[in-house]
Design a protein around this ligand. Structure first.
Ligand code: 4AD
Ligand code: MG
Length: 436
């Protein structure tokens, strides 16, 4: 058998004139006259394989005629450059072996399917070119994030998923029966991260978080991947710098990668949009946002958290990510440090993606003082008993510190210009969907 190669290697221009074998799934097919066009997909790419009647045995030509979509095959032929072929290269088939013939009637047909149908058939839909592209970008996004964090002295740290006290408020906690008591699925690693900085210094994690979000929106999942960072000896400005440096590095890495750049373009995101993003990102205060909204005729009361409508309006004014800082203490979780100069607001910052997308990170400076923390716990009607170990951290070597959490799917949705967050993850979990 001629050498087995990956399709991406062929598409990168190697192997022209050579005989190769590829192995994969029959992604698509059509025939015209004495020629079959077989699109073969192997996980690294899709390549057109032409089969001419006079170049193969009558038997092989017949096999190709009857082969069903998504059958697994092994195909041999010579690579040719051809600008009529999608991707610029094709294989002139000399031999074809069917490994497993797929049943007739692959549910994903070449026609319009509604979103519910595609979600019900997600296990098959993830084979689509669109999902392949998004999932590849997602993987490269996380790889680049790890690169930046590792190069900048952060240590990866893992916090538990089963927890006993809310980080982001009780309303979105999923409860789990934990033997004869109740536990919850984590909303954020944060409280544990604040413990771990005294062990490891600057840390990060990339892990699932869970929110029992009762609303149906284009930007809420009930299970999402959370890239979180926690840093001792760091203030609000310090954590914003880390966020903008890290995100810029990731975006530029994506664009430098020819495969990711091609995928972005195909999804409708011109890579140059991402290349011109550079630190420092604009910073506006919550107070300024309230003024902008009200000036534009969107009634919004000081003290509330920004919702979808407000963020959408605001972010349409920007073509780069920007920070909104100093949210009121009434709009933020108990651990946010009140601004000593103006205690009705917190030293907090959300990073908002432009073009109508909205919040992609939440974070800021944490309370390091024991009494201030106890006061905020009381103010939020939380039970100090539930936070006993967390409060301990302020007793034994407390330190000014800050952190943030980035929603991976929210960020991917913006980067890839998706209209719904569900396509930023292979198997989305939504209020009405935990299958497949
Ligand atoms: O703003 P959030 O709630 O902040 C925290 O959880 C902090 N404890 C993080 C930290 O400081 N370590 O969530 C952070 C980010 C949001 O900005 C958003 O991008 C994402 O997590 N997120 C969601 N993504 C998808 N679906 C949901 N239901 C999400 N909830 C939050
Ligand atoms: Mg938030």
């Amino acid at each position: 058998m001629p050498q087995l190669v990956e399709i991406s290697q062929i598409l990168s221009g190697k192997y022209v004139g050579e005989e190769v074998t590829v192995r994969g799934w029959l992604h698509n097919r059509r025939s015209s006259g004495g020629i079959h066009f077989l699109m073969v997909r192997d996980g690294t790419g899709v390549i057109q394989c032409t089969m001419k009647k006079d170049r193969v045995s009558a038997e092989t030509f017949e096999v190709a005629k009857k082969i069903t979509m998504e059958s697994t095959i092994e195909l041999t032929g010579v690579v040719r450059e051809d600008n009529r072929a999608p991707g610029g290269y094709e294989i002139q088939t000399s031999d074809l072996r069917v490994i497993y013939r797929a049943e007739e009637g692959f549910p994903i047909a070449k026609k319009y399917h509604g979103p519910d149908f595609l979600l019900d058939n997600r296990h098959l839909w993830i084979r689509s070119q669109k999902m392949q592209r998004i999932l590849r970008i997602r993987a490269r996004f996380l790889k680049a994030a790890r690169e930046w964090l590792d190069q900048n002295g952060f240590t990866e740290f893992h916090a538990p998923t089963l927890i006993t006290a809310a980080c982001e408020g009780g309303a979105t906690l999923f409860s789990v029966k934990y033997f004869d008591r109740e536990a919850y699925l984590t909303q954020s690693w944060q409280l544990y991260a604040e413990a771990a900085i005294a062990s490891l210094g600057k840390i990060y994690t990339i892990a699932p978080s869970f929110r029992a979000e009762k609303s149906r929106t284009r930007r809420h999942l009930t299970e999402f991947w959370h890239l979180e960072v926690e840093v001792p000896w760091c203030d609000l400005e310090g954590i914003m710098r880390i966020e903008e440096e890290m995100l810029t590095y990731i975006l530029h890495r994506l664009v430098e990668d020819p495969i990711a750049a091609r995928d972005l373009g195909a999804l409708g995101r011109p890579p140059k949009d991402l290349l011109r993003i550079e630190p420092p990102f604009p910073r506006i205060t919550y107070d300024e946002v309230v003024k902008i909204l009200n000036d534009d005729g969107i009634r919004f009361e000081w003290g509330n958290d920004l919702g979808w409508v407000e963020e959408k309006h605001l972010t349409l004014k920007f073509d780069k990510p920007f920070f909104v800082t100093h949210y009121p203490r009434s709009a933020k979780a108990f651990y946010h440090k009140p601004d000593p100069k103006r205690p009705e607001v917190t030293l907090s910052a959300d990073l908002l993606a432009p073009e109508g997308y909205g919040e992609i990170t939440g974070g800021g400076q944490r309370i390091e003082d024991l009494n201030e923390l106890l006061e905020r716990i009381k103010e939020n009607n939380l039970n100090p008993e539930d936070y006993k170990w967390y409060i301990d951290l302020r007793r034994y070597g407390t330190v000014p510190h800050s952190g943030f959490g980035l929603g991976v799917e929210r960020t991917i949705a913006w980067i890839c210009k998706l209209s719904h967050i569900r396509d930023a993850i292979a198997f989305p979990r939504l209020i009405n969907r935990v299958y497949p």
